[in-house]
Design a binder for this molecule. Structure first.
Ligand SMILES: [Zn+2]
Length: 291
């Protein structure tokens, strides 16, 4: 994939990598339920983690380094290709660009999420999280959290590689932000509280819709000319969508049990991405909970 320009906007970035020590001033509330129930991208088990608490791991902190440093480095020629942090930030910019235009077209205002880079562990509006949970979105603070080491894991542990696979991950997380803006996330949370037996099935619906939104973004970005996506790129995204299917992940961990799925199977995730990719509208991704 290729971006039509190389400028990077770091105004929504909070770079908390390499902070060490306790974070300052970030509210910790809501426990881990939001993270565990809805937004965690990967099952902890596979990556050897132990839940959303991370005793022992140093917490990233706000102001660990200046996002201005990132902006400066990323705005030099070739940086987006060369550095993961520059690429993810650029993808994040382009994703917000598309959704901003899309919302404006229907007379709505799009509020951008923020992007947090952290290492090892981080305090969030959803509680403390470790890198082992993979990238995630926290609805209460409306931030996408990513430890860029995950991109290596995606490649090593799940065989999903390439820049577009990484863009798909970011687009999926921003898809959760859309669900927060549209009220879907709140509606699903209420439905889960009303009927706990539906917690996992509803989580799967949310996750598949976020995959679908990532597909919609791909087509809209391509059509707008902001991003050029080729056939090989599409295969990368589909490979990533399948690699993080619950069945694949559970198979790696030794046991496949559909009742515990929170994200959907490899096939479902691939199909959802394609539904959005072909439908190219938010409406093509349907409503959650399913009517
Ligand atoms: Zn997700």
């Amino acid at each position: 994939m290729r971006f039509d320009d190389e400028s990077v906007d770091a105004s929504e970035l909070e770079d908390q990598r390499g902070g060490g020590g306790l974070g300052r001033g970030l509210a910790v509330g809501g426990g881990g339920a939001g993270i565990l129930g809805v937004v965690i991208y990967l099952l902890v088990a596979v990556l050897g983690g132990g839940g959303s608490d991370s005793a022992g791991a140093p917490l990233s902190q706000p102001g660990g380094s200046e996002s201005g440093d990132v902006a400066q480095r990323c705005n030099t020629a070739g940086a987006i290709d060369q550095y993961d942090d520059c690429f993810v930030l650029k993808a994040f910019n382009e994703i917000n660009e598309v959704w901003g235009a899309q919302f404006a077209r229907s007379g709505q205002t799009y509020t951008k999420p923020r992007l947090v880079y952290f290492s090892q562990a981080v305090r969030t509006g959803c509680g403390t999280a470790s890198s082992q949970v993979g990238p995630f979105y926290c609805p209460p603070d409306r931030k996408v959290y990513i430890d860029l080491g995950f991109l290596d894991q995606l490649q090593r542990n799940f065989g999903a590689q390439g820049r577009y696979a990484q863009a798909y991950i970011v687009a999926h997380e921003v898809g959760h932000h859309l669900q927060t803006l549209t009220g879907t996330e709140a509606r699903v949370r209420r439905a889960q509280q009303a009927d706990p037996s539906q917690e996992n099935p509803l989580s799967v619906q949310l996750e598949l819709q976020a995959d679908c939104y990532a597909g919609v973004w791909s087509t809209l970005a391509n059509n707008a000319g902001n991003v050029t996506i080729g056939e090989a790129d599409l295969d990368e995204a589909l490979g990533a969508a399948q690699a993080v299917g619950d069945d694949r992940i559970q198979a790696q961990a030794g046991q496949v049990n559909p009742e515990t799925w929170t994200h959907g199977s490899a096939q479902q995730r691939k199909d959802s991405f394609l539904t959005g990719y072909r439908g190219a509208t938010l409406a093509s991704c349907g409503t959650v909970p399913h009517a």
